[in-house]
Design a protein around this ligand. Structure first.
Ligand SMILES: [Ca+2]
Length: 564
């Protein structure tokens, strides 16, 4: 396998012994970094899935690691008579006889790959060999993010008659967005009364190879191109999804609208520390950071995908401190006047940030989200309501209209009428009335989180009611759960029917659906994981539901045009 080096910024490395046992991996990694002193040049080809990022496999690789230095816990030695593919590896002898401990690093001083380098599904692996006279009971490879929290572990390798005297590969996938913090080989001893030894070889980092066994197949078909003249076809994406090459490929091919799943929500973008600083002179000043959604929006801009920004005013996922004096968690609430000013500033600076950096990218904004409950305004557990009162939605639209760019569509978004039309009646006839009357709103979003046995007609009826109010509509977060693969066909039929009826409604002029957005791409990255709610399988294969979506176009176009 060809080895390509991804650019590493080599910092002045001051050796610090953080390790409780022999720091072979740390050392190897640092040597690996130092071997590659040149930062990635602009002409260098980017790494592709399956490429080796770094590997250590021969005595020459290991020689550069200071493995001869023993400490009180264990001792490592390069051997030239036993190896995985060649005759070299590292032999470890355990001196520190705890029942359970580990070999490797506590924290990599210079992490081999950083958040920017990390791709979803990067693979770290090594081969281990335990001789039959060793008393090692089990081995497990573990990688940790820099927070040293929630390590990801390989399968536990139990040493028994099947695994002894055999080179066994331990594999772990590093798919966090955090910087790589540490690599460890955890081991347990069967008996602490005598020492144990084992061998390690072929330490390897591969770009996403193990997760690339994908069922994705491009067949010269595209959802968004198929529906281009009728409505946008969208999906949500998370930062984690963005790291996945296959999901990026699918997003580019099938969708022309993206909503950040969580990365644009107030709790993610409000900057408490800066808010607190600003509050010393101005209690209503607000600071945000666009960092959480930057990569998603950059990706969309680069690929000509429009963005729905989600969301400004929502009872959930907004920090309580945002409503408190001095932005301090334990203070009392600010006054209505101050909170309105904060709301205005929050909306203003968010829109300025978005529109200055990505002009023309954001085409729709969920100004207010889920403000209706039980056929009335959501007045429970809702700080916006508590501090501002029942007109908080009105003010949000007022400010959004004031600061939005020309043509940016302002949406009210909710799921409360996914199954209860009376909630929509309240929204359209009461909550949004002054907002509609003053022209502050463009559309109403139907989230559409549905189950296969639920009534789908309600979505169509909702869309018609919205149209009657002179508003456009988007299906903003659609997914459709089923019990398992046996219901794939049922799911396909339901989606095909729904899309067919929306197309007809748009054409006949009974509704104006401007976008149909799936809440995700593949079943594995769905918030309703294990419920098979989306258009692509866990392995990115196109489900019957995908083809149901695609085939609905046949109701308005001759079939032969579809297969051209
Ligand atoms: Ca070797």
């Amino acid at each position: 396998m060809k080895t390509k080096y991804k650019g590493i910024i080599v910092m002045n490395y001051k050796k610090r012994l953080l390790c409780t046992v022999i720091p072979f991996l740390t050392a190897s990694f640092l040597v690996g970094c130092n071997k590659n002193k040149q930062p990635e040049s602009s002409e260098q080809k980017p790494l592709e899935i399956g490429d080796t990022v770094k590997e250590w496999k021969s005595s020459k690789d290991y020689e550069e690691a200071p493995l001869g230095t023993a400490n009180e816990n264990s001792r490592g030695e390069i051997v030239k008579d036993l190896g995985h593919e060649d005759k070299s590896s590292i032999k470890y002898e355990v001196i520190y006889k705890a029942k359970e401990t580990y070999l490797g690093s506590d924290l990599l001083e210079t992490p081999y790959f950083t958040e920017d380098d990390a791709k979803n599904g990067d693979i770290i692996s090594l081969y281990a060999y335990v001789p039959s006279d060793s008393n090692i009971a089990s081995l497990q490879l573990e990688v940790l993010p820099i927070s040293m929290d929630k390590g990801m572990k390989s399968d536990l390798l139990t040493i028994d008659e099947n695994t002894v005297n055999t080179w066994i590969r331990l594999v772990v996938s590093f798919d966090t967005l955090e910087t790589l913090g540490a690599i460890r080989l955890n081991y347990t001893l069967a008996d602490t009364s005598y020492s144990a030894s084992f061998y390690v070889d072929d330490i390897n980092i591969t770009l996403g190879a193990e997760t690339v066994k994908t069922d994705y197949e491009y067949k010269d078909e595209s959802l968004y191109q198929t529906y281009e003249e009728f409505f946008k076809v969208g999906c949500c994406m998370s930062s984690q999804m963005l790291q996945n090459t296959e999901l990026r490929k699918i997003a580019r091919n099938d969708f022309n609208s993206v909503t950040a799943e969580n990365e644009g929500k107030p709790e993610r973008i409000l900057d408490q520390k800066t808010c607190q600083q600003l509050a010393k002179s101005d209690e209503s000043a607000v600071a945000i950071t666009s960092a959480p959604f930057e990569k998603i929006y950059d990706f969309c801009e680069a690929n000509h995908i429009k963005v729905r920004h989600h969301t400004f005013v929502w009872y959930s996922q907004v920090p309580e401190w945002f409503f408190k004096k001095g932005y301090n968690n334990s203070s009392s609430n600010v006054s209505k006047d101050v909170m309105l000013k904060r709301m205005e500033n929050f909306i203003k600076i968010t829109l300025e940030t978005i529109n200055n950096r990505w002009p023309g990218l954001v085409y729709a904004i969920d100004v207010a989200n889920e403000a209706v409950e039980n056929h009335t305004i959501r007045n429970n557990n809702n700080m916006w309501y508590t501090v501002i009162g029942k007109d908080f939605v009105y003010y949000a639209f007022k400010y959004a209209r004031q600061y939005a760019a020309e043509g940016q569509k302002l949406y009210y978004n909710d799921w409360s009428y996914d199954n209860d039309a009376q909630n929509l009646t309240y929204a359209l006839n009461t909550l949004l009335t002054p907002i509609i009357n003053e022209g502050l709103i463009d559309g109403v979003g139907i989230q559409g989180h549905k189950g296969i046995n639920e009534n789908m007609e309600i979505i169509l009826n909702d869309a018609k009611q919205i149209f009657k109010k002179g508003l456009e509509c988007q299906i903003t977060e659609f997914d459709l759960t089923i019990s398992g693969t046996s219901e794939y066909t049922k799911q396909k039929t339901a989606i095909k029917n729904l899309i067919t009826k929306i197309l007809k409604g748009n054409i006949e002029g009974t509704m104006n659906v401007d976008a149909f957005v799936m809440w995700g791409i593949d079943d594995a990255h769905s918030w309703r994981r294990n419920q098979h709610a989306l258009l692509f399988t866990d392995k990115f294969g196109k489900k019957p539901a995908y083809y149901g979506f695609l085939e609905a176009i046949q109701s308005v176009r001759p079939v032969e045009e579809v297969t051209e």
